[in-house]
Design a protein around this ligand. Structure first.
Ligand code: P6P
Length: 340
């Protein structure tokens, strides 16, 4: 602390530069992408915070590729993310939850540095927008070793273990930017007075306690029997570990995962027994969340396999998803496989 009592602090920009210095050979290309996502997040945050005042509330009247009704803020946030990233020479392509197809930039072939592909869900949990409940942005960054002229969907379909970075922005009581590049999980809180994300949660680790159980109980009747048994065990179990476990579910993946990452707990969106399908998308929801949760000391699985090991088969692929404390995810996998 200086004489005036001033506390120095890291901004997101400064922390990215600090982490970049840990890689002397780095040219800062990758750091530029993270910084641009940080800028886009601040712009989106300003729109989310004024959603009731400017004309972004409500539905756009369009059904997106997911078969979901697009909200106006979905489209605005999608445009903000794409516009913020499309001029970076290192970006070979983008893939968004809101776009049926990926976007490929051939102009970047002239750039002689590393190339990347960025996946994102610009506003996750958008059904919460009109009722003022937290929403979020999720992003995932992969390397792209190919010339843009030659890439197609196949080059976008990489397993989560190949991600070079993952993160989310949660637009909650404050706006937080949380990311990992494989060196731990670090959280930054937006200081509206200076317009900067300030380091507030360095090296986040999920506490080893199941403080929260997060799932949409209205789907209980569609869950496979072992899934129902697991949910009952955690919620009503006699185990001391679950004596104080509470149910918390907002319908916003980012808000639910963030709460459980900070306090401890398990989130699941299991498969529907009839369809055998999950709801959440692998490439820009589950894989980035899985990288963050594993980096914070937790686990993320479909119940049958590690999320980060899944080889995607198509851009908007959906998977069953459970993430949080290792104890609960391991127990779920055993129950689902008939070993508990
Ligand atoms: P349900 C939001 O639409 C989302 O993709 C996630 O953010 C959230 O966890 C889930 O779907 C909520 O789905 O069926 O519980 O409304």
């Amino acid at each position: 602390m200086s004489e005036s009592g001033w506390h120095d602090f890291y901004t997101l920009e400064g922390y990215i530069a600090y982490q970049q210095r840990l890689h002397p050979s780095s040219r800062g290309v990758f750091s530029d992408i993270l910084r641009r996502i940080g800028v886009a997040s601040k712009i989106i945050s300003s729109k989310v915070r004024m959603a009731g005042l400017i004309n972004v509330l409500g539905k756009q009247g369009v059904i997106n590729v997911q078969g979901e009704e697009q909200m106006k803020l979905d489209l605005l946030a999608n445009d903000i993310m794409k516009t913020s990233l499309k001029w970076l020479p290192s970006i070979s392509g983008l893939a968004s939850e809101e776009d049926g197809e990926m976007t490929i930039f051939t102009h970047t072939d002239k750039f002689d540095g590393d190339h990347y592909i960025v996946f994102f869900d610009p506003i996750d949990g958008s059904s919460n927008i009109d009722v003022n409940v937290s929403v979020g942005t999720v992003f995932s960054i992969h390397r792209c070793p190919y010339q843009s002229q030659t890439i197609g969907e196949l080059e976008f379909l990489k397993p989560g273990c190949a991600q070079v970075a993952a993160g989310y922005v949660v637009y909650g009581s404050s706006t937080m930017f949380v990311y990992t590049t494989g060196q731990g999980v670090h959280g930054f809180t937006l200081d509206p007075e200076i317009g900067e994300f300030v380091l507030s949660h360095e090296s986040m680790k999920i506490p080893d306690r199941c403080k929260y159980f997060s799932a949409n109980d209205s789907h209980y009747r569609h869950w496979p029997e072992p899934t129902r048994r697991f949910a009952d065990w955690v919620r009503y179990g006699e185990e001391p570990r679950y004596e104080k476990t509470s149910s918390r579910y907002t319908g916003s993946l980012v808000a639910d995962i963030h709460r459980n990452l900070v306090e401890g707990g398990v989130f699941m969106y299991p498969e529907n027994e009839d369809t055998g399908m999950g709801k959440l998308r692998l490439l820009y929801e589950c894989a980035p969340m899985a990288m963050l949760i594993e980096q914070a000391g937790g686990m993320a699985s479909t119940g049958k396999e590690r999320i980060l090991d899944i080889q995607p088969t198509h851009l908007h692929q959906r998977v069953p998803f459970i993430a949080g404390n290792k104890v609960e995810v391991k127990l779920y996998e055993k129950m689902l496989q008939g070993m508990a």
